[in-house]
Design a protein around this ligand. Structure first.
Ligand code: GDP
Length: 303
């Protein structure tokens, strides 16, 4: 079974681990909206967590970076007076510097990611959603912030007026993403922040049509009740004028997905989700460990 999984960060990594335990031909399409320049390197957090996850070297307790990584670079940089609010381990920095070098030599982000993924020894493919820069930008009363400034430096505290996807209108799904989606037996939208992880992909012209025309698209809601399992999804959904719950997720994905896996706790939302043309499937959507990850992955493939 050929499976394409659209992925953001932490929640997506859990489902990807579950999918890897099943006998599937997996391709991960990773969000590029939170890519940023840090310490002179081009950092691609969601692309890298996907690569580390499929390679089995991700730090699963923190949800980012490489297991057992050290932070000597950051310690030295801090002594030199560099602002070090963006945490980046030494091995992680090596990935970012290798990518920066490849991009400077003219490789696309897709090509650079493929080299890195292979060098890490991972079999499942990881594809950035697009090669052009798409920058998720948070508009606050104090001005516009990149996602890393908003969430990591300012701890998600500033009031959010709007979220923009800078550059999205000039971006296109890559040929590799389009081919993978067309060949897929199942497309999975992993539990991810609908505004900052899946939103930047859906904002790219051609993406909605590409995904909705694939065989069967099943998403997992990152929300339970009126909050996400983690992260700023609720606050950002509200800023986008959407309800911060699984009905809001269904509305954002309507027309693209066929089914949405929703927590049993939200059974009351089922009639309204079904009415959107999105089949609401109820179950346990929390992944507290490897057994949950594999169970949910199986449910997604069977849905
Ligand atoms: P973030 O909002 O910046 O953390 O962006 P991500 O795309 O990395 O978001 C992770 C998403 O996964 C969050 O919206 C979480 O609510 C969600 N998530 C985390 N753990 C779980 C889980 O165990 N189950 C489900 N269904 N979602 C999860």
């Amino acid at each position: 079974m050929r499976v394409v999984a659209f992925a953001g960060g932490t929640g997506s990594a859990k489902l990807i681990r579950g999918l890897q335990r099943l006998d599937v031909d997996l391709t991960v399409v990773a969000n590029v909206g939170d890519n940023a320049w840090m310490y002179g390197a081009y950092v691609c957090p969601d692309v890298d967590i996907a690569c580390y996850t499929v390679a089995g070297v991700a730090n699963t307790s923190r949800g980012w970076g490489v297991e057992g990584d050290t932070f000597r670079f950051l310690e030295a940089a801090a002594k030199l007076g560099v602002e070090t609010w963006f945490r980046l381990g030494d091995r992680d920095l090596a990935t970012c510097l290798a990518r920066t070098d490849m991009l400077r030599r003219g490789l696309t982000l897709t090509e650079a990611t493929d080299r890195i993924r292979k060098a890490l020894g991972a079999e499942p493919r990881v594809l950035p959603a697009c090669d052009e820069p798409v920058r998720t930008t948070v508009s606050t009363p104090k001005g516009e912030l990149g996602l890393q400034e908003f969430w990591v430096r300012d701890l998600g505290r500033p009031r959010v007026n709007r979220v923009y996807y800078r550059g999205a209108s000039r971006a296109r799904p890559t040929r590799q993403v389009a081919d993978a989606v067309r060949r897929a037996d199942r497309v999975v939208v992993c539990p991810a922040n609908p505004i900052t992880s899946i939103g930047p992909m859906l904002a790219v012209p051609g993406f909605r049509n590409l995904v909705s025309s694939s065989r069967r698209v099943v998403a997992v809601s990152p929300m339970v009740g009126s909050a996400p399992f983690s992260g700023p999804a609720g606050k950002l959904m509200k800023a986008a004028g959407e309800r911060p719950d699984s009905l809001g997720v269904a509305r954002l994905y309507a027309g693209v997905i066929g089914a949405l896996l929703v927590s049993d706790a939200d059974a009351g939302l089922k009639p309204r989700i079904d009415a959107l043309g999105v089949e609401c499937r109820l179950g346990e959507t929390k992944m507290a460990g490897p057994a949950d990850e594999a169970r949910l992955a199986r449910e997604v493939l069977e849905a």
